[in-house]
Design a binder for this molecule. Structure first.
Ligand SMILES: Cc1cc2nc3c(=O)[nH]c(=O)nc-3n(C[C@H](O)[C@H](O)[C@H](O)COP(=O)(O)O)c2cc1C
Length: 328
């Protein structure tokens, strides 16, 4: 039986398949199912600063309705304050106590102070590591890429100084130079880069002439983008790589490990098939390893990365020209 054990950001995992941040972490039963199915770890869905701000505003609005109608009313209403991140933090703490396998928290903040404040609070829950979910749509025509990147580096540096637990940064694929951003985050102490965040794209319904947005799950064809960047970056940065997006089978996980990923994260596949599907994926990975004669992951991790592959051009532009010219 091949050995699936690995270490991710210094945390020992019994397998390289991690359940990515998603709705499945909203229920303790599902987190337990992920553990039972053999997942190496699970990332709890993000704490969103914007959600806290929105909820706080809504509470203040609802409390102030009628407060100005009578002078007495001003003192009648109790001084209720929004609990901020309390609900989420309590949830993370509860989850941490319910299972034994490693759990990572995830944070999506917008303002510099919020990144550090909530990172500290999440660390106090006893979580094993923290993932910074960097999800922004750079739509401001006046903001240059350098300014956006600077803000990212400052946030990561600030969080790195504030928390001791291992830090992962979940990145967008839409930087002009993904490789440079990866190297800069590496310098700033990110123990892992999660490649990549998946951006939900709105659609337009021509019948109603209105924009629509729905949660569309990924397909395995989406693996190729993170696969390429994993292959390009493996061995060139110190940070480990968690490949995310499009991992739908044990063979997808094998591809990611061959490209150099330390772990894969999977969300859509477990939402679609249920959490026990993690054990199917692990079995598929084991079967593949047995067939290839690998006893451990270390024997083949990064074998097809650009640094180690016999044909380093596979990940680069040369293939583009060759394939286009071959097309009849
Ligand atoms: C229902 C749902 C909820 C998600 N919630 C989060 C979240 O809270 N934080 C986060 O970083 N990513 C979140 N994601 C994104 C996933 O972690 C992952 O990056 C993305 O779905 C691509 O991986 P996949 O192809 O395995 O689905 C969510 C995805 C889905 C489908």
């Amino acid at each position: 039986m091949p050995d699936l054990k690995t270490t991710y950001m210094g945390i020992p995992l019994r397998s390289p398949i991690v359940v990515g941040a998603s709705s499945v972490s909203a229920m303790v039963d599902k987190i337990k199912m992920a553990e039972q199915a053999g997942a190496g770890a699970l990332v709890i869905r993000s704490l969103f600063e914007e959600q806290i701000k929105f909820d706080t505003l809504r509470l203040e609005e609802s409390l102030s309705v009628g407060a100005e109608s009578q002078p007495e009313a001003r003192t009648y209403f109790p001084n209720i304050k929004h609990g901020e991140a309390k609900e989420h933090l309590m949830w993370v703490e509860k989850a941490r106590k319910a299972v034994a396998f490693p759990l990572l928290a995830s944070l999506n903040a917008v303002t510099p102070g919020a990144w550090t404040k909530y990172a500290r609070q999440l660390e106090e829950t006893g979580i094993n590591g923290l993932e910074l979910n960097v999800y922004s749509v750079a739509a401001d025509t006046r903001r240059a890429g350098t300014a956006i990147e600077k803000e990212l580096y400052e946030a990561v540096e600030a969080v790195r100084q504030q928390v001791k637990i291992p830090l992962a940064v979940k990145l967008s694929p839409f930087y002009t130079s993904v490789a440079n951003v990866a190297a800069e985050l590496d310098k700033r102490g990110a123990a892992s880069l999660v490649l990549f965040n998946r951006f939900l794209q709105p659609d337009i319904d021509p019948a109603t002439e209105s924009p629509t947005s729905e949660m569309v799950l990924s397909g395995p064809e989406e693996l190729r983008l993170p696969l390429r960047w994993t292959g390009l970056l493996y061995g060139r940065i110190k940070a480990e790589i968690a490949l995310s997006t499009g991992v739908h089978s044990g063979l997808d996980a094998a591809k990611a490990l061959l490209a150099g990923a330390t772990v894969v994260q999977t969300a859509s596949a477990v939402i679609k098939h249920g959490l026990p599907y993690v054990s199917t994926m692990l079995r598929q990975l084991e079967e593949w390893m047995t067939e290839k004669g690998y006893a451990s992951i270390a024997e083949f991790r990064g074998k097809l990365s650009q640094k180690q592959a016999a044909d380093p051009s596979a990940f680069e532009r040369a293939q583009y020209v060759r394939l286009l010219l071959a097309q009849k």
